[in-house]
Design a protein around this ligand. Structure first.
Ligand code: SF4
Length: 388
């Protein structure tokens, strides 16, 4: 099966507003027939509202356009995110006044409103979906594309996978990387050697477990799999293994699948905005320099296809290495450019493979440019009026 992904390029031919990304979002919403699909629906617009002084999340101009389209179609929209990001969202421009609809914490102020779904996976048995997400009858998954320390990229999957679960489940998902053993203490009984392993890591990613003497703890997020620790560790004592790094992405696919299963077929669309892509997630509460060129705006009914299209498009250009914060290290230049930053075992394409295995969609897609630059007739550059 081949799915359709609508795309608005960040490029423009003329200096006209109608060729820019918010206008192309309108074209994508038309092609997805959003207005025709939301009559009488309670529409959750799930986005990442960011944190603290971050300013690279989806700009209110885009959100408001979706809100307006939902209202014009007779739907009842609300914007939603996890409680700690919604608290203070107005400081980043997200309020009922700017967006035209309320902004709610998805599981309530204290994350006590949720539904429990049982699905055993590694350390997780119960997944707790935010109440307002499950109560909604239509979902607009509005994602900002960026880097992520756990899986290299955060986009449509991660927006739902983490953002629709309560904190207890989010924490358990991050812990899935520790489920499969990577440290074998019997092979390294010497405390001085363990200390040398810790010192070998320039990223502080491997530490002694304070509560369990002799055990080592690997922080998955800062580990870029450089392998320095393996050169110090006695043979067989430490594994830097794909199973510990892929677990988070598989958990994200399962989480997304559970959330989408609460919506009837055809009751969800996915929009991904690939602009100002930073090295890490919007929850870090700040905005770094962009580490990839803007890649445009994407829309689809198929979450696997849109993720694949976003990854393919952002893989066309190399990482902007001069914009990478100096505490991060690029030690490999193979695979997706975001994996150059976070390590080869955090291959962002894994999520699309897991998603396809869970029947969430297809990695085969047709990309439809909603306003091809090449088809716009060239025109002389005239006087540009600020009020024009
Ligand atoms: S692989 Fe590199 S980054 Fe990861 S724990 Fe070992 S030394 Fe640290």
């Amino acid at each position: 099966m081949t799915s359709t992904v609508f795309w608005g390029s960040p490029r423009q031919a003329r200096l006209e507003a109608k060729e820019t990304l918010p206008a192309k979002l309108d074209l994508i919403l038309d092609r997805l027939h959003l207005r025709d699909r939301v009559k009488g629906e309670t529409v959750a617009i799930k986005m990442h509202t960011g944190n603290n002084i971050g300013y690279s999340t989806v700009h209110p101009v885009f959100v408001r356009k979706i809100v307006q389209a939902v209202k014009e179609g007779g739907g009842k929209p609300f914007v939603t995110d996890v409680n700690w990001d919604v608290a203070g969202a107005e400081e980043r421009g997200y309020s009922i006044e700017t967006l035209g609809c309320p902004v709610y914490p998805a599981a309530g102020l204290d994350e006590k409103y949720y539904y429990t779904h049982t699905h055993p996976f590694k350390n997780i048995r119960e997944w707790k979906i935010a109440g307002l997400i499950q109560d909604a009858t239509f979902l607009v998954n509005l994602a900002h594309v960026k880097g992520h320390p756990s899986c290299s990229a955060g986009a449509a999957f991660k927006n739902l996978a983490l953002g629709c679960m309560i904190g207890e489940t989010r924490r358990a998902m991050h812990d899935t990387g520790h489920y499969d053993r990577y440290w074998f203490p019997e092979k390294c009984p010497d405390a001085a050697t363990r200390e040398r392993i810790v010192e070998s890591c320039p990223h502080g990613a491997i530490v002694e477990d304070k509560e369990h003497p002799g055990e080592m703890h690997l922080h998955i997020e800062p580990c870029n799999q450089c392998g320095r620790c393996l050169q110090v560790a006695p043979p067989g004592s430490l594994k830097i293994d794909s199973v510990n790094f892929s677990a988070f992405q598989e958990a994200c696919a399962i989480s997304t699948s559970l959330t989408l299963s609460t919506f009837s077929p055809g009751k969800a669309i996915h929009i991904s905005l690939a602009t100002h892509m930073t090295p890490v997630c919007d929850c870090f509460g700040f905005t770094s320099m962009p580490i990839l060129p803007d890649a445009g705006i994407f829309g689809s009914d198929d979450i696997v296809a849109i993720e694949q299209a976003v990854l393919d498009m952002t893989a066309r250009t190399p990482l902007i290495e001069e914009n990478v914060p100096t505490s991060l290290e690029v030690h490999t230049r193979t695979g997706h450019p975001l994996a150059w930053l976070h390590g080869p075992l955090k291959d962002p394409y894994l999520i699309t493979q897991y998603g396809e295995q869970l029947d969430l969609g297809s990695r085969q897609y047709e990309l439809v440019d909603v306003l091809p630059v090449e088809k716009i007739e060239r025109a002389p550059i005239g006087y540009i009026s600020a009020h024009g």
